[in-house]
Design a protein around this ligand. Structure first.
Ligand code: AMP
Ligand code: ZN
Length: 113
């Protein structure tokens, strides 16, 4: 049984898509924590950032650059935004398919909770 984000990446489950190419998909988070809350995911299943390999370095760069491009496109490039990978239980990861959170549009406290 494919995971939730594999099912979204394959089109089996609908999502509010923001960007898509052969390697990555970006879609709006279903439970947004800021005015802009987008998830950028690799189309290929990778469970956590612990599972990334050297061969994934370009893919990870693409996730980050896609987040920056979406932030700029939505008008938050200068104002600021946050990108976050949660990994495993203590970081609150709930979907075990690597995803980069892009958050913007309100002051974001530091340190995070
Ligand atoms: P994390 O806690 O880092 O694993 O983040 C998982 C994120 O996926 C949460 O912010 C959820 O709101 C989001 N999410 C869960 N199901 C969906 C869905 N069907 N479409 C969009 N976002 C989702
Ligand atoms: Zn998956």
């Amino acid at each position: 049984m494919p995971c939730l984000f594999c099912r979204i990446a394959s089109g089996e489950i609908p999502a509010s898509k923001v960007y898509e190419d052969t390697d990555v998909l970006a879609f709006n988070d279903i439970n947004p924590q800021a005015p802009l809350h987008v998830l950028i995911v690799p189309k290929r299943h990778i469970a956590t950032t612990n599972d990334l390999t050297e061969a994934d370095e370009a893919l990870v760069g693409k996730l980050v650059r896609t987040a920056a491009a979406i932030a700029a496109q939505e008008g938050y490039g200068e104002r600021g935004y946050r990108t976050v990978f949660n990994c495993n239980a203590e970081a609150g990861q709930t979907v075990f398919h690597v995803h980069l959170h892009l958050l913007a549009g309100r002051p974001l406290a530091w340190p995070p909770g």
